[in-house]
Ligand binder design. Structure first.
Ligand code: UT7
Length: 336
């Protein structure tokens, strides 16, 4: 019933945005950001498109897996910062990787996207016995939709990408739980950029909940807006809920996990969620200090770094768990 990760890869752009850099354009300081979020620096793209970051991560994952890209049957790309409405990021990544036999589509579940996509890949491979491999990519350029006039949110986000090549495997540990609460859509959103068309009336399109008094509009009317406290509250409950639900489905004891790879949104969210799960922080993969929150890319970047550093080893029982805009939540328990 399981999923086997053959290889992972990641890509982080060269540009960096330190806490010190942020003090040059918003009223903040390194100490506040570090103690309230755990973040010191984020990576930001320096001109490369989102698809490029995803393609680099995908090539690295294919390399690590040691497979022929022509044997990839499915590509799922997950992002909230796609370069185009169409074509999909996954089609462009197919072009870049030579995965010529793959079906391709994109998935948007915000920061839960990678976990959602891995589970979709599992379901696809399970029901298509002739399909050998799936490639799952998460690539995000949050610097494009971050409101750099809103000090309570712009300190959080960064850019990056990561990918995994997976195959279906019988008789191995696997369980998942995916969910959403659409009533919380208003707590974290970014409006789509609208075309200059005679049929678009931006006034009529603006719902009242599009405005948070704490989030300045400025030149960022399509930038991300969030009610940090509501999202925080949701996250600390949603991640434990998703992990417990996945464990309960198969009678798995969460205490026997070797590693947990949570969405890297805020170190305090991670600590509270782990306290709720009664799991020690030593079991948690944390890289938020160097990356900030890279939305759907955050879990697979952390996974790839942990695999490459030896923090996660073959045979480890791991849990990938996230939450995000939507509001969404998702967890997978599996063996690495
Ligand atoms: O992928 C999901 C993405 N979103 C999240 O995960 C967001 C979840 N929420 C959070 O991580 C936290 O709510 C934040 C980091 C966004 C905010 O932390 P907080 O501890 O909830 O701070 P707060 O909003 O309660 O603000 C406390 C104080 C306020 O000042 P007063 O009213 O007490 O005088 C803010 O104006 O901190 C002030 N503040 C700042 N000060 C320095 C807010 N942002 C900053 C800042 N630097 N960057």
């Amino acid at each position: 019933m399981g999923l086997h990760i053959l290889g992972t890869g990641s890509f982080t752009p060269d540009g960096t945005l330190t806490n010190e850099d942020l003090t040059k354009f918003i009223e903040t300081n390194d100490e506040w950001i570090r103690t309230r979020t755990g973040i010191s620096v984020r990576h930001v793209a320096t001109g490369e498109p989102t698809w490029y970051m995803g393609a680099e991560a995908a090539k690295s994952a294919i390399d690590a897996a040691g497979i022929d890209p022509a044997e990839i049957a499915l590509i799922i790309d997950t992002t909230i910062t796609q370069d185009y409405c169409t074509p999909s990021m996954s089609c462009i990544i197919q072009r870049e990787t030579g995965a010529v036999n793959a079906a391709c589509f994109d998935l948007n579940a915000a920061c839960s996207g990678f976990v959602y996509a891995m589970d979709m890949a599992h379901r696809f491979l399970k029901t298509e016995p002739d399909s050998k491999y799936a490639l799952v990519i998460a690539n995000e350029q949050l610097s494009r939709i971050t409101n750099y006039e809103d000090r309570s949110s712009c300190i959080l986000f960064g850019d990056g990408a990561a990918a995994a090549v997976v195959e279906y495997k019988e008789d191995t540990l696997y369980s998942s739980h995916l969910g959403a609460d659409g009533t919380g859509a208003k707590y974290l959103f970014a409006k789509s950029a609208l075309p200059d068309s005679p049929f678009v009336d931006e006034e009529k399109l603006s719902y009242e909940w599009h405005d948070f008094s704490s989030a300045p509009e400025g030149n960022y009317s399509h930038g991300m807006k969030q009610d940090g406290k509501e999202v925080y509250r949701f996250a600390t409950h949603a991640m434990p809920k998703a992990a417990k639900a996945a464990a309960d489905k198969i009678g798995f004891e969460l205490g026997s996990l070797d590693k947990i790879v949570p969405h890297q949104a805020n170190i305090r969210i991670i600590e509270t969620a782990m306290k709720n799960l009664k799991l020690p922080m030593e079991k948690v993969v944390v890289n938020i200090k160097q990356h900030g929150n890279t939305s759907s890319a955050s879990i697979p970047i952390a996974l790839d770094e942990a695999v490459r550093s030896g923090e996660i080893k073959r045979g480890d029982k791991i849990c990938l768990v996230g939450f995000g805009a939507g509001l969404t939540y998702a967890a997978i328990i599996m063996e690495y």
